[in-house]
Design a protein around this ligand. Structure first.
Ligand SMILES: NC(=O)c1ccc[n+]([C@@H]2O[C@H](COP(=O)([O-])OP(=O)(O)OC[C@H]3O[C@@H](n4cnc5c(N)ncnc54)[C@H](OP(=O)(O)O)[C@@H]3O)[C@@H](O)[C@H]2O)c1
Length: 288
């Protein structure tokens, strides 16, 4: 039982928060199953582990492929008595105005960010319930609390994560299982790289009315991210604290930008918040 409590399964550890959290938790003595959909990408993780002088169990897991989830969870049940902590971290973002984004793009976005997270959660709950102990950490986003133009597929998937997780928290608390949402702002990981993010099907079509506006916004956002993107270790420190907390809260907003956004959204009348966002995000590019 003790072994299960200190066993962590993390999705999406080939880069970013997932990789750093795997190393940080292994350093604190947890047995970490660091999963990624393509094990050929494990070198970065292994280099980071070697530098920290820790070991993790790297396994193949694609959150959109239920057989890969079942195989890893089964192995952990057999070897360690079960998953004590699940960190649903795998995710990516679609960019583009809604009209330049297809239904297939939305389904693809939800397949990973929402249904993938759902499948992993479903796979570990029976064991956690049986052991009357467990922690499920959902890496959501501040975009799960506030809509953002050009990110409708991503924000929709994170809003879904928020609603699902808040509801689930009530259902499983009496079995000793905590469900927690982490809502980061903008952090320097691989999520904004061309290799990881995707664009809506119509974004590259120069005939589209949104073409230039999107390109301008994309350029500006990339420059802002390069200048102001925060150190992902800050999110990882929060994750470690949550794992070590006896009574974790439902929500943790992480990052200066996210805290400002979250506070404004909570305190300002809706129309004021909307006005601010329009001024800051859309109006700037109106005449370009
Ligand atoms: N960075 C930010 O500013 C920020 C802000 C708010 C929320 N988040 C959230 O934080 C989480 C981690 O992102 P990150 O910022 O660390 O970005 P990242 O460096 O791009 O890492 C994302 C990870 O998810 C993996 N992944 C994608 N699709 C997957 C699938 N179907 N199955 C398994 N793994 C998959 C990627 O694997 P591959 O290498 O195979 O693609 C990668 O390991 C995401 O849920 C993201 O939405 C990030």
């Amino acid at each position: 039982m003790i072994q299960a409590r200190r066993t962590v399964l993390i999705t999406g550890t080939s880069s970013g928060f997932g990789l750093l959290a795997a190393v940080a938790l292994a350093r604190r003595g947890y047995q970490v199953y660091a999963t990624m959909r393509n094990l050929q990408k494990q070198e970065r993780l292994q280099v980071a582990c070697a530098a920290a002088n820790v070991k993790v169990e790297a396994r193949a897991l694609d959150v959109t492929k239920p057989d890969t989830i079942a195989a890893v969870v089964e192995e952990i049940e057999t070897r360690a008595g079960g998953v004590g902590v699940l960190i649903n971290n795998a995710g990516f973002a679609y960019g583009g105005f809604f009209e330049d984004t297809s239904d297939a793009d939305f389904r693809d976005q939800f397949a990973t960010n929402f249904f993938g997270l759902l499948s992993c959660t479903r796979a570990v709950l029976p064991g956690m319930r049986q052991r009357q102990h467990g922690l499920v950490i959902q890496i959501s986003s501040i975009a799960g609390l506030s809509g953002m133009p050009t990110l409708s597929a991503y924000t929709a998937s994170k809003f879904a994560v928020e609603g699902f997780s808040e509801s689930l928290r009530y259902e499983v608390k009496r079995f000793g299982i905590h469900v927690v949402l982490v809502e980061p702002g903008t952090f320097k990981t691989d999520i904004f790289l061309d290799t990881n993010r995707k664009n809506g099907a119509g974004v590259d079509n120069q005939e589209r009315p949104y073409y230039q506006l999107y390109r301008n916004m994309e350029k500006e956002f990339m420059a802002l991210e390069a200048k102001w993107g925060q150190n992902p270790e800050r999110v990882v420190r929060r994750i470690v604290k949550i794992v070590e907390s006896k009574r974790p809260k439902l929500r943790y907003i992480v990052g200066t930008d996210a805290r400002i956004e979250g506070t404004l959204k909570k305190l300002l009348p809706g129309s004021w918040y909307e006005f601010l966002l329009e001024k800051l995000v859309l109006d700037k590019f109106k005449n370009e």
